[in-house]
Design a protein around this ligand. Sequence first.
Ligand code: ADP
Length: 742
Amino acid sequence: MAIKKIAVFTSGGDAQGMNAAVRSVVRTGLDLGLEVYAIYEGYQGLVDGGERIKKMNWDSVGGIINRGGTAIGTARCDEFRTRQGRLIAAQHLIECGIEGLVVIGGDGSLTGANLFREEWPSLVAELAEKGQINAKEAAAYPNMIIVGLVGSIDNDFYGTDMTIGADSALHRLTEAVDAITSTAASHQRTFVVKVMGRNCGYLALMGALACGADWVLIPESPPNVDNWEKVMVERLRSGRKAGRRDSIVILAEGARDREGNYIGSSDVQRILEEGLNEEVRVTVLGHVQRGGRPSVFDRNLGTLLGHEAVNAIIKAKPEDEPLHIGIKGNRISKLPLMECVKNTHAVAEAIATKDYERAMDLRSSSFKDAFRTVRTMVRALPHSPAPDQKRFRIGVLNAGAPAPGMNTASRAFVRLGLDRGQMMLGIQNGFEGLAEDEVEEMNWMSMSGWASMGGSELGTSRRIPKGSDLYAIARTIEKHEINALLIVGGWNGYEAAHQMYNERSNFPAFDIPIVCMPASINNNLPGSELSIGADTALNNIVDAVDKIKQSAVATRRCFVVEVMGHWCGYLALMSGLATGAERVYMNEEGVTLSDLQKDVSRLTQGFKQGKRLGLMIRNEYANSIYSTSFMCSLFEEEGKDIFDVRPAILGHQQQGGDPSPYDRIMATRLARLCLDHLIEQLEREDDDVSFIGLQGGQFKFHDMRDFSRMVDMEHQRPKNQWWMEMQGIAQLLAQLGPAEKE
Ligand code: ADP
């Protein structure tokens, strides 16, 4: 028998992005013809029943996607921890006829859900025995179908790369640490910043990586020496001597020493004050990390997982195990909830029993990589090269339009290279600088403070070398004896590398290993699902659109927002998904007059039904004839006195701003991989020209010869655009209501 009624609730600690998940569950369910209920205040609502279990309609979840917290409330509920509480909860679900549950919560809430499901048959039997439900009801509910999504800022759950809320929490954390860093640097001060994470150092570790902190303490890996206090003081002191103006220590709330004793912020403060003989300030970030608007990543993650949860419920049979739905390598992953809960607890147990090796082992490879990288980056000075080591001269340049994260990548690449004993060269102003001999040898402090800076400090240019440039570039490479080159950039950078490869027979100086790292807000590079800068740009767009939407609350107005991306609709589609835009226009699909006619009549119908705001997002090159101003005039004319229309061309604010935490983390990871790759090439005396990218969770280097095969040259975008799959969900959720399809 097909399922008819489902319910969704949020439980435990709130997390940004929960609203997007609830919205997605409700609308996907309604679209499939289900009745959807929201249980307010988590398990408490389930135990209380009555008013707390509300039937939802399409508009009940309107206007919540951009809000932090959870619109349907959350609570901690001690009654649900008892069998009696769970018995009442089961009775309420049966009374309402609910057959499937989507639970959005943390580790505790999902543990509770798992237990509830295990006990379900016995709960039903007990209710029947006590006469609280009749035999027919008991037979109709052999089991409850449960799907769990993790909403937790800690990113502490097994079976998903990211939990809903972790990215937004990192946004809050990096904003705060960046702010503290600027005041600390002004006064040459030392700060201890305490962040959330009882059994998971994710926020502390990624925060340290993203902000260029000087020391980090996490629960999974206590300092591996007993005199860690002395080592930390020594490291900070020598950092100052080497020229650092600030010292920032990030401490996870669950950090401990090897004996398992908690390390508090006041402990670190005292140790540093005594050791450094200066005043040390403490900032405890606390609930700031949980608050505020959800990031684009969390909105879209919540949306995708919520959509998938409903699809999983309707496909499930009552006897099926409860599922956890998460994301692995940028793709949806489904695992038995039980297995995930068990493995999540295993980390906490390993930490509690001081088996830190196992705790670290249970973490993902990106966590371990990040830890390794942070340990290098916090050094006051690099390791000295071994006496017999062959040292290479490796250059880095930025190419194409600036993308937030270019500085983070350049800094990480140079520091990691110096630490491996290489000589690192910074090339200013892209290929123009390379042609004009703007090359400088970098030291450990040359790029200090760059981790959090937007734009391109090295300088970039759009020039693709041709003719006499090639000769000049070859001369610079020979003069500075550049053995290998990293190009951090977008389409132009890739084309330039391609060009150098093709010109090898004329210029032997180009016979060096070259690697391109994808850095472009357009996210239009082959072999890479996400390029550095795109996440920041998306957040910039969504910030602007949220504000634009607020400006229009009282009027019936439609906005046509034009976003960048050249011929690639990534920014348009993903910002449309994150803001709940009714329509996204992209070059990939084109725009026709009949599309526009349909859109006008939909808008008119919507406004007549009481809608107050329309939002259309248009990729800048969606169609050269049906421009933003054309669309606005058309809608305005057709909308007459029903609604008015305003354009918003977001322009270069999309390219600017400090890089988002995701872009910083990605830039750092790629920098390490590119460096390893180039050194390997040099040691093997190879000279491949390649580009790196992340696909399906795997990093891969592609031969530059494959570039033209993998792209649509005319539209400067990859042939394979994985994110186009999201279009269906974006359209579904932006409908006027479930009836629209008919
Ligand atoms: P989070 O879900 O954010 O980890 P909690 O650990 O506080 O937050 O759990 C939220 C709620 O989930 C609890 O108040 C309780 O109602 C329920 N819950 C947690 N653990 C269990 C458990 N072992 N058995 C039954 N219910 C539980």
